[in-house]
Design a protein around this ligand. Structure first.
Ligand SMILES: Nc1ncnc2c1ncn2[C@@H]1O[C@H](COP(=O)(O)OP(=O)(O)O)[C@@H](O)[C@H]1O
Ligand SMILES: [Mg+2]
Length: 165
């Protein structure tokens, strides 16, 4: 479990994770609105080599945004879907078993469609500047990614920047 004390910290951890991901990887993100999934994703996309001046938004209406980094990056966001059947037309398999990295916000909405082996990060709100990131993996490959991440970031309390409420 990681504790983040600021959006910048969540972003930075994303960039570290991004450097560790590669072709075919699937990262499921879960957590309430405002938990930090998009902030984390923005860091990951940078870590995958997408240029700093390239704006990374939320694919809330389009369901998917694609970026060209070190490998193709697919940012999916299923906030708006009510049933997994709504993503059938999207050709989800192509993104999940594809040539790039798939990062899926609200992955719990399509849980049954996720590949058996994947990495999952559950983000949770603590207070206005703090979040927790609970990191899970299934399969030896993702266990290794998580182990590498653990070597690069210090698990524990993030620096708290204070709340203005
Ligand atoms: N430690 C933190 N990590 C990530 N976001 C944080 C943190 N503290 C405050 N925030 C704020 O919470 C919001 C997170 O929004 P966002 O990343 O879009 O969440 P989600 O995609 O899960 O809905 C942003 O406004 C961000 O500035
Ligand atoms: Mg989001």
């Amino acid at each position: 479990m990681l504790s983040s004390g600021s959006p910048e910290q969540t972003y930075t951890w994303g960039t570290v994770l991004g450097t560790l991901l590669g072709r075919g990887d699937v990262l499921a993100l879960v957590g309430e609105l405002g938990a930090g999934k998009t902030t984390f994703t923005q860091g990951i996309v940078r870590g995958l080599g997408v240029a700093e001046d390239h704006y990374i938004g939320s694919p809330t209406f389009t369901l998917i945004n694609e970026y060209e980094g070190r490998v193709p990056v697919y940012h999916l966001d299923f906030y708006r879907i009510e049933s997994p059947s709504e993503v059938v037309d999207l050709g989800l398999e192509e993104y999940l078993d594809g040539d790039g990295v798939a990062i899926i916000e609200w992955a719990d909405k399509i849980a049954a469609l996720l590949p058996e082996e994947h990495m999952m990060v559950r983000l949770a709100y603590v207070d206005c500047s703090a979040r927790t990131l609970d990191i899970m993996s299934t399969g030896a490959h993702y266990d290794e990614v998580v182990a590498s991440l653990a070597r690069k970031v210090s698990f524990g309390t993030g620096s708290v920047t204070g709340c203005i409420q």
